[in-house]
Design a protein around this ligand. Structure first.
Ligand code: PMP
Length: 286
């Protein structure tokens, strides 16, 4: 990913992509003191840019640091970056991290860096439209008193990468993670929804990200008169659901066709949410 043309916005300026580097003694590399955002632009406009910039600020705050750039400055940098790259549709990765000014568990409080990179990224899953197959993850989402779980912090992705690798090694596309109580939580990089008799059910985000796409889907469903229930969902309920899908900035709306041997058939509700989401993202640039 480093050997590319184009630009990366880093600490207030646009650098050639290949020059956007950090030192090996970067606090974030040793102690996971970094937070990030994954976003998509549609038709040259970053979808929900402000919400993502605000979440980056909030994620950093939860790790005890603050960003030296305002939400407005981040939004402007993102818009300028994709304009400079000349891309209508792309993925953006904003990152904030503690730098190399001090080494040790205790960090220098004001040593915070911010970057925004972008690249053209098609579907998050190969054969997304066919529906993905999920395995049960070998790792659980940590309890709220063991990690700042509402922060989109790099450290919280350790179990996600391990789980995703376990799934792909076993021939699945991704893993579905339980929380520390054993309730269904989410995918490794996306939230999860289920359908039962025309009603959408999704786990309450009390120990994982309340995704921006998740919130968008809930709003779209309510607007379409579809009932949405946020609640604790246990694995033994899986057989009661007919449809299931993942939501995320990268994953967008991804239908699920299997969870650990149980078949799901993407149908009317999944299709409607996909169509409404795609209409909204297309409209977002108008
Ligand atoms: N959960 C995890 C673990 C994620 O990485 C993501 C992607 N950011 C989501 C949920 C969905 O969040 P969003 O819709 O805001 O992208």
């Amino acid at each position: 990913f480093d050997d590319r043309d184009g630009y990366v916005w880093m600490d207030g300026e646009f650098l050639p992509h290949r020059d956007a580097k950090v030192h090996v003694l970067t606090h974030a590399l040793h102690y996971a003191s970094s937070v990030f955002e994954g976003e998509r632009a549609y038709g040259g406009v970053v979808f929900k840019s402000r919400e993502h910039s605000q979440r980056l600020h909030n994620s950093a705050k939860l790790l005890g640091f603050s960003l030296p750039y305002s939400v407005e400055e981040l939004d402007r940098a993102k818009a300028e970056l994709i304009k400079k790259q000349g891309w209508e549709n792309c993925y953006l990765r904003a990152l904030a991290w503690r730098g190399s000014e001090q080494m040790g568990v205790s960090a220098k409080r004001d040593d915070v860096h911010v970057s925004i990179a972008a690249w053209e990224w098609g579907d998050y899953f190969k054969d997304k439209m066919k529906g993905v197959r999920l395995m049960i993850a070998p790792w659980r989402r940590p309890a709220p008193d063991t990690a700042p779980c509402q922060s989109k912090a790099a450290g919280l992705y350790m179990v996600c990468t391990l789980s995703r690798h376990a799934a792909t090694d076993a021939g699945f596309d991704d893993a579905m993670m339980f929380d520390w109580r054993g309730q269904i939580a989410e995918g490794t990089g996306a939230n999860i929804f289920f359908v039962r008799e025309g009603v959408l059910h999704t786990p309450t985000p009390d120990c994982f990200l309340n995704g921006i796409t998740r919130q968008t889907v809930i709003a779209l469903a309510k607007k379409a008169g579809i009932e949405v229930v946020e609640r604790a969902i246990w694995p033994n309920e899986l057989a009661n659901f007919s449809e299931a899908f993942l939501t995320g900035s990268a994953a967008e709306i991804t239908p699920i066709r299997e969870i650990a041997g149980l078949p799901f058939k993407p149908s009317t509700l999944t299709e409607q949410i996909m169509a409404d989401f795609s209409a909204l993202t297309r409209r977002a640039n108008k």
